[in-house]
Design a binder for this molecule. Structure first.
Ligand SMILES: *[C@@H]1O[C@H](CO)[C@@H](O)[C@H](O)[C@H]1NC(C)=O
Ligand SMILES: *[C@@H]1O[C@H](CO)[C@@H](O)[C@H](O)[C@H]1NC(C)=O
Ligand SMILES: *[C@@H]1O[C@H](CO)[C@@H](O)[C@H](O)[C@H]1NC(C)=O
Ligand SMILES: *[C@@H]1O[C@H](CO)[C@@H](O)[C@H](O)[C@H]1NC(C)=O
Length: 415
């Protein structure tokens, strides 16, 4: 009798061990499958409890691609669990429904990138095209979301070039620049939407929700015709990059897509450049196309973004990242978000942080694939997304299902 009991126990033990091994093996397989998204481990003790991989793949945001400003943003996802467990030793959370909603990890690092994109980031760091000399701190103590919002509000001067900005203070330029300020043109806005160009917008059926906002900002050549169900049809502001306007000049001048709403163009300036230095040597020579467009469409408001803002914002992203970020301007996506935060009471951003529909397809209106569109290559997109995740006032569920982040307008930020 005794012997039989012992035997039974041994057998049971063996069965349990076998099951455990099988489970481990299975997890391991899945994990390595998702290696590119594994979270970082630059800080020692973080040992990822797996499962939190990112299922998502890349998606791009703002498509800059067309223009070629470089790359688009890409995203990493992670699950919130990890985030919460973060820092002080990964606490394994109990398995709840939320475990299955993997969203962008606000602590994503370059280790989360696939090797090709890690290399691209390093190349941009050594190239330092814009002569960035950043010697400030990198925050070791994390700012709270409120502190971050205050930094953005107080240090990023979102402004458009106007007739007093030398060397635009000539009678010639006065004819081209809009008379009214952007603020005057749009009036006071309540709820606003920023719609990325990400492939993950496809089949989202977010159109009616997007159109319910007082104002909608879109990027570059992102169409609405034929995609209304997913992206809506309202366009209040369209932010375009100088590359698009220069490289696809004929299309820009001809395509009726651009004739709706207010246009804003932006172009990267060197880190230290004053406006007149940038004016002499813009990254892309877009001034002629701008003038041509203004002559053809004098009634349509068309602004030039003051390039100072890019690096004011870049400094804040760098300060709040643990690694060196690409020394290139932030993506159109993040610039558009900041513009709307200055104009609106509240801003909903769609598919900048990828939803469950995340895909490597760069744009909802093209078939082109590239993980860089979600994770960034030229732009420090990964770090931009970390920042946006940190100041999100919406829920992870909204990110997961709608790709939606909710941010306060600066007039509702109290410091
Ligand atoms: C960066 O600095 C180098 C050396 O000072 C200079 O030759 C180059 O033109 C600068 N680049 C830009 C974009 O200002
Ligand atoms: C922001 O930019 C505008 C336009 O160039 C300028 O007049 C203003 O002084 C700037 N404000 C700050 C706080 O730097
Ligand atoms: C433009 O502004 C600069 C700097 O303030 C000034 O020196 C210049 O005379 C102005 N030009 C015109 C045409 O007013
Ligand atoms: C923008 O316009 C609103 C009214 O539409 C006004 O209250 C606000 O002071 C303006 N802000 C700036 C920076 O001009």
């Amino acid at each position: 009798m005794v012997h039989i009991n012992v035997l039974k126990k041994v057998m049971c033990g063996l069965v349990v061990i076998l099951i455990a091994l099988t489970v481990c093996l299975w997890k391991e397989t899945r994990r390595s499958y998702y290696v590119p998204f594994k979270t970082e481990n630059d800080d020692s003790q973080i040992h990822r409890t797996s499962e939190k991989w990112n299922l998502l793949k890349s998606q791009d945001l703002v498509h800059e691609a067309a223009g070629g400003m470089g790359q688009m943003p890409k995203t990493l996802l992670s699950n919130e669990n990890k985030v919460k467990g973060g820092i002080s030793g990964m606490v394994e959370k109990s398995k709840k429904a939320s475990d299955y909603m993997k969203v962008w990890d606000k602590d994503s690092s370059s280790q989360n990138l696939i090797p090709r994109l890690q290399k691209v980031r390093k190349n941009y760091l050594s190239m330092n095209k814009y002569n960035v000399t950043y010697s400030g701190k990198r925050n070791t103590v994390k700012l709270s979301p409120e502190q971050l919002l205050c930094q953005l509000r107080d240090r990023v001067n979102v402004s458009m070039i106007h007739g007093l900005d030398s060397p635009f203070n000539t009678s010639e330029w006065l004819r081209y620049l809009p008379e009214k300020s952007l603020n005057e043109t749009v009036g006071r806005l309540g709820r606003c939407a920023v719609v990325s160009s990400a492939g993950s917008l496809k089949s989202s059926r977010l159109g009616p929700e997007i159109d319910s906002h007082d104002a909608v900002l879109r990027f570059n050549g992102a169409p609405v015709k034929g995609f209304q169900e997913d992206v809506g049809q309202k366009t209040t502001i369209r932010l375009v990059n100088s590359q698009l306007v220069t490289v696809e000049q004929q299309q820009f001048l001809r395509d009726a897509l651009y004739n709706t709403g207010i246009l804003i163009i932006w172009d990267p300036a060197p880190y230290h450049a004053e406006i007149h230095e940038w004016y002499r040597k813009p990254d892309y020579k877009f001034f002629e196309a701008y003038k041509l467009y203004r002559v053809r469409h004098p009634e349509q408001p068309f602004y030039i973004l003051n390039p100072k803002m890019q690096w004011q914002l870049w400094d804040i992203i760098q300060e709040n990242s643990l690694e060196h970020i690409q020394p290139n301007p932030p993506s159109s996506g993040t610039l558009g978000i900041l513009i709307m935060m200055t104009l609106c009471d509240e801003v909903d951003v769609y598919e900048f942080l990828p939803s469950k529909r995340q895909t490597d397809i760069c744009h909802y209106y093209q078939k082109f694939h590239d993980r860089a569109c979600t994770m960034g290559a030229y732009h420090p997109l990964l770090f931009e997304k970390n920042l946006v995740k940190r100041i999100n006032r919406g829920t992870d569920e909204d990110i997961y299902t709608h790709g939606k982040v909710t941010l306060p307008g600066f007039r509702n930020v109290h410091c």
